[in-house]
Design a protein around this ligand. Sequence first.
Ligand SMILES: Cc1cc2nc3c(=O)[nH]c(=O)nc-3n(C[C@H](O)[C@H](O)[C@H](O)COP(=O)(O)OP(=O)(O)OC[C@H]3O[C@@H](n4cnc5c(N)ncnc54)[C@H](O)[C@@H]3O)c2cc1C
Length: 577
Amino acid sequence: MNTQRHRFDTVIIGSGLAGLRASLEAIKGGSVAVLSKLYPTRSHSTAAQGGIGAALGNEEPDDPEWHFYDTVKGSDFLGDQDAIEYMCYSAIPTVIELEHMGVPFSRTPEGKIAQRRFGGHTKYFGAEPVRRACYSADRTGHAVLHCLYEQALKNRVQFFDEFQVLDIVVENGVAQGVIALELKSGDLHLFESKAVVVASGGFGKIFKVTSNAFATTGECLSILFEQGLPLEDLEFFQFHPTGLYKLGILITEGARGEGGVLLNGKGERFMERYAPTLKDLAPRDVVARAILREIMEGRGIDGKDYVHLDLTHLDPKILEKRLPEISSFCKIYLGLDPALSPIPVVPTAHYAMGGIPTDKKGRVLRDVDGSYVPGLYAAGECACVSVHGANRLGCNSLLDTLVFGRETGTDINRNLKDLSLGKIPPHRVDKVIAFLQFLRSNKGKERVATLRDALQGIMMNKVSVFRTREGLFEALEELQVLRDRFQEIELMDKSGIFNQEMLSALELYHMINLAEALVFSALVREESRGAHYREDFPERDDVNWLKHTFVYKTSSGIDYKFKPVVITKFKPTERTF
Ligand SMILES: Cc1cc2nc3c(=O)[nH]c(=O)nc-3n(C[C@H](O)[C@H](O)[C@H](O)COP(=O)(O)OP(=O)(O)OC[C@H]3O[C@@H](n4cnc5c(N)ncnc54)[C@H](O)[C@@H]3O)c2cc1C
């Protein structure tokens, strides 16, 4: 294979909000390359609809301390409070900075940034919902991503579009660089650098029904895991309550923030029973479980497996001005107008709370004692700081990407003079080439699409909102079978250029790895907390389980350790909404 070598101070994997925000900071200290397997503005961040949380108080009284409290409580007390406090207090300057960079936020009549309600965000420490989400209609991610991309181009960040990272090289405990495939030429590129930032997003595609884009497959997490680095709190995977029935496409929580309500088959506003104070705006884990309970107890619409999200009582101007995108999704995919008919919805796999463990500076942790890998950073959805704990509040992910993306870039600049330029040893390149050759030349009866369907089915049926020990054990066994079947894979497309089938196979290999690590973490945690609900252990257990899970790959299989939760101000209490 042709190989080319590049040298940069910083190499960033991913051009979503986390990668771009990190690039804007790192470029102040040295040269920066951003690699993305997609054209940059196609990153999943562009799909973010509802908004970004910041206690600006533009529409009613608000306070960063309330935001801090809500995030801790939303996380079911598993979030690290030092990181959460930092994020919530940084939110206000972060949003104002975006405004100054040119993000076209929606406005109040007097011209301030408009704000709306979102699940779990309250005033006076949980008393009632508050307008905290800053938005740009229901295309917030799109508006912010385009703005940051323009800023990065202006500041001479170098982009390598449609470059798929195949290896993140850590040798002798230090980051050296990355190996990537250029899709259009089929050439290998070695990027040697002083710092590597992993900002590769989530991995919702391991589930059958998901709001996540096609490319959110999580291979970068698996690449680090395979090298013996830990992954944190993987068992916490969020199901968003309102995905379009059967399709999983997201209907933003902003729809309920603007006054939409959930109704069961009897026409009841059932959230009043599950969360008397916040009702439809309770945190996502609570609402997702409530919807599935209604369905399981026969109160779905016409006894079927979905409920209704009703927006028909709203002023049609609200739909037109503040929710145009979801209105058009409903028309295109379901042939219905949400101004006239309720929308059929079910929970959809949405967000990974866990990921690559980092400290508040974005440095990747190698162990539960806080030691880190010099030169290796992670930010955004692939990382776990952990500000979301066991359950993320809506609008806190965009905030997390921006705040910790910036922290990452700042720390790189601070340390650049002490980091040396990495070197990628030949054996790492040989390994990558051997794997590509295996994929392209292997003969067997298995197809990528069949195995991917099987994986997504296992995860959906046995590892989604409700979990049991038996189900999780079965899932582990079935994943092992899939791993064996993967060895029998054969591709139809043997070419070296734009070979999407080969890339899908590669992603599938890593998705199986990641799924296994997730199921293992879910088996270890014998309690229910946030998004992780074990029917055999239905209560939260702070005595034994108020701690983070770290899973590692060892020569004898997966192993685990625990890390204490950082608790500063808010002691765990019962969680009622
Ligand atoms: C439909 C939807 C709506 C959402 N709405 C909101 C919202 O309103 N508010 C909110 O706070 N959050 C929301 N979220 C969550 C939030 O959008 C994401 O968590 C966040 O945008 C992730 O940003 P990121 O920068 O970490 O990754 P992404 O934006 O996912 O970007 C990942 C990048 O990594 C690159 N990449 C991945 N693997 C490789 C590889 N192997 N080689 C090269 N490049 C690679 C991709 O090309 C991409 O550029 C929403 C999520 C979804 C799916």
